[in-house]
Design a protein. Structure first.
Length: 298
């Protein structure tokens, strides 16, 4: 795996730079019940959509492509694209830098949501999410679905930050046994996440796990870890009856004309130096939304 590689770790750098910004303190410890600070507008009888995940689902973008990190309305992603197309009300609970562990327990290692990779303040300490809640993202999801049993769609896009932490913090930069252990933890944590959605929340409608894309499909070092991550996500999805939205193949097909270079294909956010950030552009988010639509047959 090559460096730099952190698709979502950029959020952690922003969080570190803004540690002095005012905002609610990061939660610590596992919250059994999440409490919404602002009530979603959806009522139990309305068809709706709950989006869960990291900065890709949140719609995070680097400066200067976004004007104000304190205005969550500036961030849109595939959940908003899907909601518009499917005519569903979206509640987007995603958090930039979320890991599979911190999604379950906000006191667990995060990569920029609750804390950054080194344990410093995370995104939630200085900027709002699309939906305000205390405790873990998973606890909020369970709380929400129990109160909105007619929700028609739930998407989960999580796991990349586990790899980024592994790359940043392990001696071998997440090679060999380090990667194997990290992927095993991803699988175990996603099992917990999907189990809680299905069993604790009682959610039995459409559940989709969104797979990750590679930056450059012509580069085996870019492709291999993402394929391994997507493989780790696939088992839990199948065990809990979740559909797979193939973001990996979607970006590969969309970048064929540029020999697999997703930056040149316009799938990632352009930077002033001519390169690309690792997050999806508006076009890239549309491609991911289409992958979800294909997964659910819509």
């Amino acid at each position: 795996m090559t460096r730099p590689w952190p698709l979502l770790a950029v959020a952690a750098l922003v969080a570190a730079a803004c540690a002095a910004c005012s905002g609610p303190p990061a939660d610590s410890g596992h919250a059994v019940v999440a409490v919404a600070r602002s009530s979603p507008s959806q009522t139990p009888g309305e068809p709706g959509y709950l989006a869960l995940g990291d900065s890709i689902a949140f719609g995070w973008r680097p400066l200067p492509s976004v004007a104000d990190y304190r205005n969550q309305a500036d961030f849109t992603a595939y959940p908003e694209d899907l909601a518009e197309t499917l005519k569903l009300n979206v509640v987007n609970a995603a958090c930039p830098g979320e890991t599979t562990a911190s999604m379950i327990n906000p006191g667990a290692p995060s990569n920029g949501c609750e804390t950054n990779a080194r344990g410093g303040p995370g995104y939630r300490t200085f900027a709002p999410l699309h939906v305000g809640y205390r405790g873990s993202q998973l606890s909020f999801a369970v709380w929400y679905l129990q109160r909105h049993p007619d929700t028609e769609l739930v998407t989960v896009g999580i796991g990349a930050n586990d790899l980024f932490r592994c790359q940043a913090l392990t001696p071998g930069h997440c090679a060999g046994a380090e990667l194997v252990q990290t992927l095993a933890e991803v699988t175990q944590n996603l099992d917990t996440i999907l189990s809680d959605l299905r069993l604790q929340a009682g959610y039995q409608n459409t559940l989709v796990v969104v797979l990750y894309y590679a930056n450059n499909y012509a580069d085996p070092a870019s492709v291999a870890p993402i394929q391994a991550l997507d493989g780790a996500l696939t088992g839990p999805a199948r065990r809990y009856g979740a559909l797979l939205a193939d973001g990996f193949d979607a970006f590969r097909l969309a970048s064929i004309q540029t020999d697999g270079n997703t930056c040149a294909a316009g799938l990632r956010v352009k930077l002033a130096d001519g390169g690309c950030d690792l997050h999806p552009s508006a076009y890239g988010q549309q491609v991911l939304a289409t992958a979800v639509r294909e997964a659910i047959g819509s």
